[in-house]
Design a protein around this ligand. Structure first.
Ligand code: SAH
Length: 209
């Protein structure tokens, strides 16, 4: 039997804290959430390794550092309504659900959403709502959101997502095709601000229209 708790503690220490992740909520949460329940059985031994892993359907669960970094940037305090685009394995969803008040997560591939829903139900999360569909258009009925996290890359920041941010809201999103960058968007009273943060590689955000 592997000691997953020990592996998780080592992951937080050597991959996250050592590289500058400081938000105690993020570090504590990643120490707690069992990442190995979100990876395919054949990958179990790599659950806490420093890399993204395939989760089927040509998709991947993001590298732990990227999950931590994107979560930290959103600076969640606990009372937020958060929209996530690209449920994938559901691991990032769990991290958000631990910290925020309510998470709304949209996934295009039904099979992935169903698998993620099962894993998250087993862990007894009750503050997550799931939707299967094209997240390029956000989740109009549930908008506006305090924060939006997108984990697949469009060519440009989708307009609907910007519009579904509250004033004071913020979004973290990978943008680009061959070359991608994490972009941080904040919504002020009269305008949006945009800041490039770091080069990344995500699967493309598939658009269905
Ligand atoms: N956060 C996930 C990352 C999954 S990879 C994790 O850590 O497991 C990106 C996911 O975005 C894939 O599951 C993919 O199917 C999904 N995706 C791609 N285009 C999408 C779209 N237009 N709407 C919603 N989800 C989309």
């Amino acid at each position: 039997m592997r000691d997953f708790k020990k592996e998780r503690e080592r992951m937080v220490r050597s991959q996250l804290a050592a590289r500058g992740i400081k938000d105690a909520k993020v570090l504590d949460t990643m120490k707690k959430v069992p990442r190995h329940l979100f990876v395919p059985e054949s990958m179990l031994s790599l659950s806490y390794s420093d890399e993204p892993l395939p989760i089927g359907e040509g998709q991947t669960i993001s590298q732990p550092y990227i999950v931590a970094y994107m979560t930290e940037v959103l600076a969640l305090q606990g009372g937020e309504r958060v929209l996530e685009i690209g449920t994938g394995s559901g691991y990032q969803t769990a991290i958000l659900a631990e910290i925020a008040q309510q998470v709304f997560t949209v996934e295009l591939v039904g099979a992935l959403s169903h698998r993620a829903q099962e894993a998250l139900k087993r862990l007894k999360y009750t503050n997550i709502l799931f939707k299967i569909g094209d997240g390029t258009f956000g989740w109009e009925e549930q908008a506006p959101f305090d924060a939006i996290m997108v984990t697949a890359a469009p060519d440009e920041v989708p307009k609907s997502l910007k519009e579904q941010l509250k004033i004071g809201g913020r979004m973290i999103i990978p943008v680009g095709t061959a070359i991608q960058e994490l972009v941080f968007v904040t919504r002020g009273k009269n305008k949006f601000k945009r800041k490039k943060l770091l080069p990344v590689r995500f699967v493309p955000l598939v658009t269905t229209h």
